[in-house]
Design a protein. Structure first.
Length: 113
């Protein structure tokens, strides 16, 4: 399985971005999926989760600002990020929960103050 994240970029604080992660195979029905992020010098953390039943869960740091969703037909999981903060700057990845597949290259999100 290959996971390709896209949609990152440079945005001012308070702005929005929508990330996409396309999977090469149909994995969403059997796996919970998550968006992870890794800031420079920090560990990779899970920030948003979507269970196999479609129930979302969020880290406290992004709750009420980020929304995770998926399209099973397109084999794509999304992360809508609103009211972005400089602390959201990181490389964003998607993977299953628990992690089962090789990490893709991620997509860089940079939020300027």
């Amino acid at each position: 399985v290959q996971l390709q994240a896209s949609g990152g970029g440079l945005v001012q604080a308070g702005g929005s971005l929508r990330l996409s992660c396309a999977a090469s195979e149909k994995i969403f029905t059997l796996n919970a999926m998550g968006w992870y992020r890794q800031a420079p010098g920090k560990q990779r953390d899970l920030v948003a989760e979507l269970t196999t039943f479609g129930v979302p869960n969020y880290a406290a740091s992004v709750k009420d600002r980020f929304t995770i969703s998926k399209d099973d037909v397109k084999k794509t999981v999304y992360l809508q990020m609103n009211r972005l903060k400089p602390d959201d700057t990181a490389v964003y990845y998607c993977n299953s929960i628990p992690v089962q597949f090789p990490w893709g290259q991620g997509t860089q999100v940079t939020v300027s103050s």
